[in-house]
Design a protein around this ligand. Structure first.
Ligand code: HEM
Length: 509
């Protein structure tokens, strides 16, 4: 095969139509069929890029050394000029695919075809105001943004922001050790609830380092960072980093897409977009989130249930962790280059339950009341972590605008940063620079404040709005979104009752 031939767009389309996994990287057309099942970043990360120029995504998630090896998969050169991104097959037919499946535009397209119900819905439906003020989606404009992002990325590299300031991790380690030691000392003196509080604070803090390591943002070595992440998340916290990586990588690549980003798929408890009202098929979970009576009941109150549910969110993470580690999906990773992660996770998570569940809860705590209280207090104390995770995205745009939208613009449209004084950085654990982190996921956390300055310059020069809010305003934005969508559900439920009453048509379910 002549790997220096230029492949026309039609030839690439034909290959994709034949089921080949084709991605554009720099000037090359890559065929990743044989790599898909071996990819340490999982199958979905690649499937979401089929037919697209994924240069920026690929450079953001891989070391330069890994990027060099990618050219081994080239089957030709892309045609000169700007590549017109195709919709990846995994996203075709999705409710949010631009042009293919727009929301009802007339009363006849509305469920039940009821004019009054449609008018009510149309007047009250969420308009994604968060897309206002962004640069045009014209491919030329987006290509210019991509070029500026590449120059920015080069600057981030040249100025040494990929180098980890290990001293900062020394300070982190001292903090984690102090919190854990305080918990153990309190336990020794039978101050059980104090011990539970310190243990929760330890979990809250230490998980930030698991996040850094899982992104390869500590040593930059995939195996070493994965082992750090495994030790912290699985052994110290009982949570599967393999599960977290598999969902988090997809979340980063297709942020805030209702059908593909697992981080916003929380029906029937929460809905941050009206797209959920029709029920959605999640490509990550391979599961349909049907809109049902429980969603009708819960979502209108979501702005009130947000904090209480975040308070117990950690219990759900245990469940998702074990489901992942025991699932066939995880077992199939046995054929991938990251096969060793699963057995290590099983060992570490079992150790966690032996130490926390058996030695601490069962053998050390004297009564059932104290055991239950200890579990609740230690887990609820981690609530700010769950708020912080959701804060960066839940108030932001959930629209799918156009395949031509650049990586940088998409990340800045769907992600916001939290403004805080430098001395409070440790409380947010780097997640306050979420938009900066989404642009440069492998940059060590302690450098993000400096990179933020460059990102602000980039936004000023491209005209992309940069959302930076104080913690309280950020919370208000999320609550505002939850309230808006909840209100729409209330309207829809009323419409449904109206239609059922007058015409016997069931409009929503
Ligand atoms: C469609 C394009 C691709 C996307 C979106 C993508 C995404 C990712 C992501 C998100 C990770 C992080 C995994 C983790 O730490 O859990 C990763 C890791 C990795 N990917 Fe890819 N990937 C793509 C294509 C490729 C290709 C073509 C290669 C071939 C060399 C490759 C090789 C690797 C390797 C070796 C790692 C481990 C981390 C490293 O060494 O940099 N990926 N990828």
């Amino acid at each position: 095969m002549d790997r220096d031939r230029t492949l026309t767009a039609a030839a690439v389309d034909a290959l994709i139509a034949d089921g080949h996994i084709i991605v554009i990287f720099e000037d090359f057309v890559l065929q990743l069929d044989s790599w898909l099942g071996k990819h340490p970043g999982g199958r979905l990360a690649i499937l979401h890029m089929v037919g697209k120029d994924a240069t920026d995504e690929m450079k953001a998630y891989h070391t330069p050394a890994t990027c060099k090896t990618m050219k081994a998969f080239r089957i030709g050169l892309k045609p000169p000029g700007i590549w017109t991104n195709r919709t990846p097959p995994i996203r075709r037919g999705s409710d949010q695919t631009p042009q293919e499946n727009p929301p009802p535009a007339t009363a006849t397209e509305f469920p039940g075809g009821n004019a009054a119900a449609y008018t009510d819905w149309a007047e009250n439906r969420e308009v994604d105001k968060d897309t206002e003020g962004f640069p045009s989606l014209c491919p030329k404009v987006q290509e210019e943004i991509a070029q500026k992002y590449r120059a920015l990325h080069q600057r981030v590299r040249d100025e040494g922001f990929y180098e980890c300031p290990y001293l900062e991790y020394g300070k982190e380690l001292a903090r984690y050790t102090t919190l854990f030691a305080a918990s153990m000392i309190a336990l020794r003196y039978e101050w059980y609830m104090t011990s539970a509080c310190f243990l929760g604070l330890f979990w809250h803090q230490v998980m930030f380092s698991a996040h850094d390591a899982a992104h390869g943002a500590i040593t930059g070595n995939f195996k070493v960072d994965s082992l750090i992440a495994l030790f912290v998340a699985d052994f110290c916290c009982g949570l599967s980093i393999g599960w977290w990586k598999s969902s988090h990588n997809v979340h980063h690549l297709i942020t805030n897409h209702p059908e593909h980003d697992p981080d916003i798929q929380n029906v029937p408890l929460f809905a941050t977009s009206p797209s959920f009202f029709r029920g959605i098929r999640s490509s990550y979970y391979d599961f349909t989130f049907a809109w049902d009576a429980v969603a009708d009941f819960m979502v209108p109150y979501q702005k009130y249930t947000y904090y209480p549910i975040m308070g117990i969110a950690r219990f759900n993470l245990y469940l998702l962790s074990w489901l992942h580690v025991l699932s066939a999906k995880s077992a199939s990773l046995g054929s991938s280059k990251a096969w060793w992660i699963r057995p290590v996770e099983m060992a570490f998570m079992s150790c966690y339950w032996y130490i926390f569940g058996y030695l601490l809860l069962w053998c050390t705590l004297p009564t059932w009341t104290i055991r239950v209280a200890f579990v609740l207090v230690s887990h609820i104390v981690t609530m700010p972590l769950h708020v912080q995770i959701t804060l960066s995205h839940w108030g932001m745009s959930t629209s799918e605008l156009s395949e031509s939208e650049s990586f940088a613009q998409r990340q800045l449209r769907t992600t916001m940063d939290v403004d805080c004084p430098r001395w409070l950085d440790f409380i947010h654990g780097g997640l306050q620079f979420q938009a900066v982190h989404h642009l440069f996921p492998r940059v060590p956390r302690h450098n993000l404040r400096k990179v933020q300055v460059l990102v602000k310059e980039f936004c000023a020069s491209t005209g992309i709005p940069y959302t930076l809010l104080g913690f309280v305003d950020g919370n208000s934005k999320v609550l505002g979104r939850l309230g808006e969508v909840g209100e729409q559900v209330r309207h829809l439920v009323n419409c449904q009752k109206y239609m059922a009453h007058f015409s016997g048509v069931d409009g929503l379910h």
